[in-house]
Structures are given as C-alpha cells and as structure tokens.
Design a protein around this ligand. Structure first.
Ligand SMILES: Cc1cc2nc3c(=O)[nH]c(=O)nc-3n(C[C@H](O)[C@H](O)[C@H](O)COP(=O)(O)O)c2cc1C
Length: 269
C-alpha cells in the first residue's frame, strides 16, 4: 500500500555517504510506490537554535519560559512558519527516517535543533494539554514509524556488546526512546554503517544494497520493544512495577527484551 515517508537528513555535502544513502532511499521508496518528502536541514538553511525569535507573540513578555511559549504558540496557531511546515510534514508521514552521521555519539547539532523546535509542546509533549498522560507509546505521532539511519566513523567492533564505545543502540537511546518513542512513534532498530572513516567503493556498494533491503521492509520490520507507559508496566506512570524487568535497572529495563545490546541490522564490520 502506498505510504508517505519523510526523510530528514543532515549533511551539507552532495558527495557524502549520507547524501548517497538519501538518494538510495528516495529511489527505493518511490520504486515501491511510496511518496517521499524531504527535509534537507542544511539545504533549507534550517535555524538550529531554539530562541526568543521563535515566539514573536509571547504569552509572557517578561521572562522566556520555553515550554510555556512553545505551548502558547502551538495552541494559538502563532508558530513561526518553518516550524509549522515541518510539523505538517511529520503529521502527514506514515514513517520518518532520520539520516545522519554519528557526531559525538549523537546527531549533528542542526538536526537536534530541528527536533528542539519542531517537537512543540501540545504536540510532541504535553499532548492534549494533559501533561504526561500521553507519552512513551502514546501521543500525537502514534501509529507512525521511525528509523534512524546512521553512518559511523568507527568500526563495528568498537560498538559491540563489550566494545569500548558501548552498543550503538544504547548510545542512541535519547533519540530512539526519548525523542521518537516519547510522542508515540514505533521506532525500528537502527540501521548503521560502520567504519566510514576507511570505507572503500566496494563497501559503499554493499552498504547501499543493505540499505535498500532494509527500506523494503520499512513497514514490516518489528519495532524496538520499548515498554509503553500506559500498558501496565508503569502503574504510577513513572516507575516500573516491581514484577517487571526484575533485577534490571537503567536504560535496558525499558526494553521488553534485551535488543539494545546487539549490533544493529545492516552493520558492516
Ligand atoms: C564532529 C564529528 C564528530 C564525530 N563523532 C564520531 C563519533 O562519536 N563516533 C564515530 O564513530 N565517528 C564519529 N565521527 C565520524 C563520522 O561519523 C563520519 O565522518 C561519518 O560517518 C562519515 O559520513 P559522511 O561521509 O557522510 O560524512 C565524527 C565526525 C565528526 C565530523
């Protein structure tokens, strides 16, 4: 069935591996009959910094409270145009792909700035004016899929279960769990290409082929089994019940089976 896919990507260089992967994604998804929307954050000259200029009509002119002003702008229909346009794209999408190079264990600042500004109060958090009632599996983006496609300079072994950097899926938890699952998206296991610092033409070809296969299953693959807030594991909506994830604490306790220690699909040694 025809779906809409939004690709948000952060790389200014047309010849980069990241841009090549975006091209592969556009081609593969269109061949499958899907409609592709693009947010090229560098190309758009995206304003990465969330600041007072994002609130031309203030609820409180005396002191800037970001959450309050975000909610006020969103609910009163007075958001700045670039934020609103991106929200409309996300709302129209059945799946959102974030394509980026791993920079200091995370996404480039410009892409973080896309999230900071587009994920408004009332939409991505504080949904329906109900505080934290709808979060982690519930929210405005429920039913949408999300996928991180990440290029990584270091070798896969550095990100293996006992590797020196830690498993990539755990490093990316703030994005997969805290940013995408939070407003309700089903987040697929991260697609990673490792060893990009020393990549050869042959490896690039193999990486593109693996990416194509991954994209062909975008609407079939099982999401990371993050525990939803409102399905019983968190009786008070804050802390895991004592019978859940017994003996576990920390990030992995919020995944219903240990998925996050494995090397992501598409990993290339
Ligand atoms: C600012 C910066 C930070 C980086 N941080 C990491 C890192 O934390 N781990 C890693 O393995 N590679 C890191 N790298 C390497 C990039 O992941 C690598 O350059 C990128 O995947 C190559 O893709 P591209 O050709 O599309 O730019 C970093 C590179 C830059 C420029």
């Amino acid at each position: 069935m025809k779906k809409k896919v939004l690709i948000v990507f952060a790389h200014p260089e047309p010849a980069s591996l990241n841009r090549q992967l975006v091209d592969v994604a556009v081609q593969t998804l269109q061949q499958q009959g899907h409609e592709v929307m693009i947010s090229d954050v560098y190309g758009m000259g995206w304003k990465a910094v969330f600041d007072e200029h994002d609130f031309p009509t203030r609820a409180d002119p005396d002191r800037l409270y970001f959450v309050q002003e975000s909610g006020h702008s969103y609910s009163s229909g007075r958001q700045v145009a670039d934020i609103e346009a991106e929200q409309q794209k996300v709302l129209a999408a059945d799946a959102v792909i974030l394509q980026f190079p791993l920079w200091w264990y995370s996404m480039p600042a410009i892409l973080k700035g896309w999230v900071d500004r587009v994920w408004a109060y009332g939409l991505a958090y504080g949904y329906q004016g109900a505080g934290n009632r709808y979060r982690y599996g519930d929210g405005a983006f429920k039913g949408k899929r999300a996928l991180l496609s990440v290029t990584v300079g270091g070798p896969a072994v550095d990100f293996s279960p006992r590797g020196i950097n830690g498993p990539l899926e755990q490093l990316l938890f703030p994005i997969t769990h805290g940013t995408l699952f939070f407003p309700g998206m089903d987040v697929l296991p991260t697609h990673a290409i490792y060893g990009t610092a020393r990549i050869t033409a042959e490896t690039v070809a193999a990486a593109k082929a693996a990416w194509r296969v991954r994209l062909e299953h975008l609407f079939e693959d099982a999401p990371i089994p993050f525990r939803p807030q409102n399905a019983g594991d968190y009786p008070d909506t804050h802390v895991l019940a004592s019978h859940v994830a017994v003996g576990q604490s920390g990030l992995l306790a919020h995944v219903s089976h240990v998925e996050m220690a494995r090397v992501p699909a598409g990993a290339d040694a």
